[in-house]
Design a protein around this ligand. Structure first.
Ligand SMILES: Nc1ncnc2c1ncn2[C@@H]1O[C@H](COP(=O)(O)OP(=O)(O)OP(=O)(O)O)[C@@H](O)[C@H]1O
Ligand SMILES: [Mg+2]
Length: 272
């Protein structure tokens, strides 16, 4: 995977920067996924665009979490789990043998349904990844990463005076924004969010939604949600999965106002 700057440097000396001809960042190519003999994703083919919010929705068990977890190989350790087809990120197959899965997880970060801060200080939660990956040369740089990450996650003002206090003392909504800050601290390109607001109250939910919209300026966001209003509010493109099949994929307004498939329509009406 290449960062934008690297890609721009690719051009011959003196030439105009060369940009990839497409805005697509991630390509799923005939992606199937299995837990043992159970096939849960069936030949999924779609593109995830850069700096957009791509939403996956569908009934419980249709494969949404499995799909997003294939995007950073989060399921590698699950016994019996395997994929066929390809997940290409900036043209590179992330399941190729020369890809380091640990490094991949820093490029493709993840936020889960339930906030899961470590039972250590707020500061140490955010500094955790940068320390492991040696992203800071000194304390000053680490402090800056922690501050910037908390600012990006719209949490800084609420915690700047209690950075050394335990993260478990934060409210659920604050804990979730802390988890977002923790993911951002290792400077990912992509942020996977699997029902990030489903455990939150309406106030915290709108904060997280506003945050997602801000984050897409600099990151590519992949969101799983059961909340159709949320999908319509924040989604650029929406994918509807049903029993492992990609039934529909298109601009959010098309999918919600003019669904092509009767299955999507039923799901939107709440009768599936
Ligand atoms: N670790 C696992 N081992 C075996 N089967 C699994 C595992 N995780 C998920 N599955 C199965 O894979 C299918 C898809 O699950 P997945 O978690 O991707 O669905 P989902 O769309 O995210 O559902 P939900 O909306 O309930 O979160 C389900 O049949 C589920 O039971
Ligand atoms: Mg799920």
């Amino acid at each position: 995977m290449m960062k934008e700057e690297d890609r721009m440097r690719e051009g011959p000396a003196g030439s105009q920067p060369v940009l990839a001809p497409t805005e697509s960042l991630i390509e799923l190519v005939e992606l199937s996924a299995y837990y043992g003999s159970l096939q849960v994703l069936k030949n999924i083919r779609l593109s995830i665009e850069k700096n957009k919010i791509t939403v996956f929705m569908g009934p419980s068990g249709c494969g949404k979490s499995t799909l997003v977890r294939t995007l950073n190989r989060m399921n590698d350790g699950v016994p019996g789990f395997r994929t066929t087809g390809k997940v290409m990120i900036e043209g590179q197959d992330i399941y190729a043998s020369d890809v380091d899965p640990v490094l991949l997880k820093t490029r493709v970060g993840m936020v889960f349904q339930k906030p899961n801060p470590f039972p250590i200080s707020i500061y140490d939660n955010v500094a955790f990844g940068p320390r492991i990956h040696k992203l800071a040369k000194n304390k000053y740089e680490l402090d800056s990463i922690v501050r910037e990450s908390l600012q990006k996650a719209a949490l800084w003002d609420e915690v700047k005076d209690r950075l050394s206090k335990s993260a478990t003392g934060l409210s659920g909504g604050q804990q979730q924004r802390l988890c977002i800050a923790r993911a951002l601290a290792v400077r990912p390109e992509v942020l996977l969010m699997d029902e990030p607001a489903s455990a939150l109250d309406p106030g915290s939910t709108s904060k997280v939604e506003e945050l997602m919209v801000e984050l897409k300026e600099n990151y590519t966001v992949v969101l799983v949600t059961h909340n159709m209003q949320q999908a319509a509010r924040v989604g650029t493109k929406v994918a509807f999965l049903y029993k492992g099949d990609l039934v529909e994929f298109g601009p959010a307004s098309d999918v919600f106002e003019n669904p092509k498939s009767p299955l999507t329509e039923k799901y939107i009406r709440g009768s599936l």
